[in-house]
Each structure stands twice: as C-alpha cells, then as structure tokens.
Design a binder for this molecule. Structure first.
Ligand code: SAM
Length: 253
C-alpha cells in the first residue's frame, strides 16, 4: 500500500508500470554506475535501479518514507540519506555521479540549479519534471519558453526531452503534464565566461523584464557603452540571444 501522499513535499507517486519501465530504459543503469536518486518516495524507481546497480544512493526528506526504504533494502544495496536535497553535500558521494529522480515539482528549479553547480562531477542527469519546465530547459532563442533557465542550463549541459508522461501515471495525479529530460554536461572545451558570476547576473538582468531592450535591461549590471564592445545590437531583447552571445556580453562588461 502507498503511504498517504504529503502535499508539502510535492508527493505524486509514479504508479504506472509502463512509464516506470520507460524511465528505467532512459536511465539505462549499468552495474558499476554510481547513481543518486533524488526523492525516492515509496521506491517505485528505487527498486528497479537497486536491482541493476551495485550500490544506489537516495536522498529523501520525508522521515517516514526514509524509514520505509531503510527497512526494505540492505544498507549495502541502497544508502538512504535522509534530508533536504537543497542542503545535501554531494561531495560526500563518489564521482563521477549519475543523478536521477522524479523530482518534487515545487522545488524543481532550485534542484536543477544545484545540479548545474556540480556539472563537473556528474556523468548525466535524468529527471521527471513538469513538462512546462522541460520545455523551458530545452527551448531555443526566440521560443516563448526561452528564458533564464534555458540559458543557465544550456551553458553547461546538452539537453534532450525524452518522453511525455500524463497526470494519470501518478497517484495522486498532478495538475500538470510531466516530461523526462536528460542533461549531459558539455565537454571541457565548452564555451566559458571569464567571470561566471557576472555571466549569471547579465542573464538574470536580460530576462528580468522581457519587453525591455538589452540597453535598458542591462543597466543594473553595467554601462551600455561597455556592452557595445561585444558587437551585439543593444536594441535587441534578451530572448533573442544565444548562449554564446550572452557569454560575449558578459566578457566585455
Ligand atoms: N520517486 C517517487 C515516485 O516516482 O513515485 C516519488 C516522487 S515525488 C514527485 C517527490 C519525492 O521527493 C517525494 O518522495 C518527496 O517526499 C521528496 N522530496 C520533496 N522535497 C524534497 C527535498 N527537499 N529533498 C529531498 N526529497 C524531497
């Protein structure tokens, strides 16, 4: 029997075997992989992964679910880390790491930013999220869904939307459609901003008011004259710029 889902932890449990097996196939776990699962819940995906890898790590905030998981699996097979994934120190886990999970949708964006911070230590990430967030992750310039999340993640990862999952696959069904996305860190020859903090501020400012031209939107970050050196028309709006153009802007600021 499923435990009573807790709304505050964004609990929607995957109960459809068809979608479960498609997600496992998308992850394609190999015995020697070090995998960490975020939000295992009652363990539908956990059980499938645990069968296939030597040792699985899971991070679960719900004390009761963590206790259920500890009882079900041998500690050598599944290591249960009870706590908040946003506070979790991933450096305690061996790397390179594969990160997977049917994420709690209420905090999926901050989780993605945490994963981005450790891009250098991971092999890939395979996550189920709201479809609307996956659309933003994979969006190209000029698309309606293109925004800060698209640029900040595409700066570090190649991303692919793998499958669409309807609300009925979960108990209780969420109000929104879901999708599975794979993120693979770009190689060490990827484009890098000279100052990544500044890059992130430029991107945030450019999208803070979507209707504004770059000339106006970037004022809080630097004088328009300094950005002109990038050779990008400052009459354009942020939503039209590629990741490379954002890097060029940050590098001259
Ligand atoms: N993986 C399970 C499944 O597919 O049935 C559960 C998915 S449910 C959408 C999200 C899970 O993340 C829940 O088990 C919830 O308790 C857990 N969770 C919510 N917030 C969390 C947090 N901050 N840190 C770790 N786990 C969290």
């Amino acid at each position: 029997m499923l435990p009573k889902p807790r709304k505050r932890f964004g609990q929607h449990f995957l109960t459809d075997r068809h979608y479960l097996s498609r997600i496992v196939a998308a992850i394609d776990p190999q015995r020697e992989d070090t995998i960490v699962e975020i939000g295992p819940g009652p363990g539908a995906l956990t059980t499938e992964l645990a069968k296939r890898v030597e040792r699985l790590h899971v991070i679960e905030i719900d004390r009761d679910l963590a206790a259920v998981l500890r009882q079900r699996y041998a500690p050598t097979q599944v290591v249960v880390h009870e706590g908040d994934v946003l506070e979790f120190d991933f450096t305690v886990l061996p790397s390179p790491l594969r990160v997977v999970g049917n994420l709690p949708y209420n905090i999926s964006t901050p989780i993605l930013f945490r994963v981005a911070e450790m891009a250098e230590r991971i092999v890939d990430g395979v996550f189920m999220l709201q479809k609307e967030v996956v659309d933003r992750m994979v969006a190209a310039p000029d698309a309606e869904a293109y925004g800060r999340l698209s640029v900040m993640l595409q700066y570090r990862f190649a991303m692919e939307s793998l499958l669409h999952v309807p609300p009925g696959a979960f108990t209780p069904p969420p109000k929104v459609d879901s999708a599975v996305v794979r993120m693979v860190p770009l190689g060490s020859d990827r484009l890098r901003a000279k100052d990544e903090g500044l890059f992130s501020r430029v991107v945030a400012a450019a999208f803070s008011q979507r209707r504004k031209t770059l000339r106006n939107a970037l004022k809080p970050v630097g004088a328009p004259e300094s950005f002109e050196k990038a050779g990008i028309d400052l009459g354009r709006r942020g939503e039209t710029l590629s990741v490379a153009e954002f890097v060029a802007l940050a590098d001259v600021a």
